[in-house]
Ligand binder design. Sequence first.
Ligand SMILES: N[C@@H](CCC(=O)N[C@@H](CS)C(=O)NCC(=O)O)C(=O)O
Length: 227
Amino acid sequence: MTTHIYSGPLSMFGAKVEIAAREKGVPFELVMVPFIEGDFYEPKHPEVLRVNPVKQQVPVLVDDIDGGVSLFDSTQIFEYLEDRYPPPASLALWPEGIAARARARQLEQKSDEVFFPNVIKLFGLQDAMQSAPAVAACAACARFYEEMEGLLATREHLAGPYGFADIAFYMAHVFADRKGAGMTDATPRLVAWRDRVGARPAVRAVVDPMMRFLASQGRGVPAFLQR
Ligand SMILES: N[C@@H](CCC(=O)N[C@@H](CS)C(=O)NCC(=O)O)C(=O)O
């Protein structure tokens, strides 16, 4: 079976998928789609247009098994990877048990759809970080960090064992930090979680080249990732 993952050099969602594939030991070929000045993904890669014709976004995963599996959306791809590479042969990235899995899935979704929209707002407000919408977006990020800090009172990772929820929030938080809404010493357990997750070889293998890409363009690299 050949697995292709289509991503971009600064794709937060693509990085989620690549980290998960590495954690699970999936052999894959990474295709970086064209990415041009202004942070536009142009021209669109033909496989991205084929698999995701309306949204035209990465990540996209294409497998040549079972008549072909072509998927878009990082969360959908997470589900596929766990089904295709189940434990114990491959690292489990959803916890065991219906309730625990449901909670983990909700956290993963909240990271993308509750936390990250604040970061997307900050993308357009970098020259106006004192403006009311920017201050509100940073405050929303800080509240989310506090919520995650609460979860870590009784466990080492967000949803029990390390998994998809951690991968999603780690990547979302890297981008939040880049845009001025990083975590602080107000959430010490979360900072320790960040160090634990960030030290994983699969995470480093994806985040380090992304930070080198940023540095090569003279763009800011979060202080905690300057190594
Ligand atoms: N919900 C999607 C979001 C994907 C997404 O926003 N992809 C961005 C890159 S991180 C993209 O391809 N943007 C290019 C565009 O929208 O033209 C997921 O989880 O994969």
